[in-house]
Design a protein around this ligand. Structure first.
Ligand code: SF4
Length: 109
């Protein structure tokens, strides 16, 4: 039991570290606010496809947590209530607030 908890923690740490490293080069572009509404992430974008991104989380067959959406993901930096916002994974593009991908990680309360 304790081993399983440690394994889950370790997996989560590795996942967050990998996501953080992948997103680091894009942080500057995100902070400069270069994304606009015309630059929405497409499901067919190779990176989005690799991460199983779905603009409507409820239509994803990979999503197991029904409460998981981009708007409550640690990597989402959009404003509460907005329909879309930046994601640290996708440089200069916006994701749907109600979207989801396999890199989802619960935003700290
Ligand atoms: S779930 Fe998180 S990492 Fe994935 S696209 Fe949405 S905001 Fe980005």
């Amino acid at each position: 039991m304790a081993d399983q908890i440690l394994d889950n923690s370790r997996r989560r740490f590795i996942k967050l570290t990998a996501v953080g490293l992948a997103a680091a080069p894009f942080a500057n572009a995100l902070l400069s606010g270069t994304a606009n509404a015309a630059d929405m992430v497409s499901e067919t974008d190779p990176q989005a496809a690799a991460l199983g991104y779905a603009p409507d989380a409820t239509k994803s067959d990979k999503r197991k947590d029904a409460t998981a959406f981009c708007h409550n993901c640690a990597l989402y930096t959009g404003k509460a209530g907005d329909a879309e916002g930046p994601c640290a994974i996708f440089q200069g593009k916006l994701v749907h607030a109600n979207g989801w991908c396999t890199a989802w990680s619960k935003k700290a309360a």
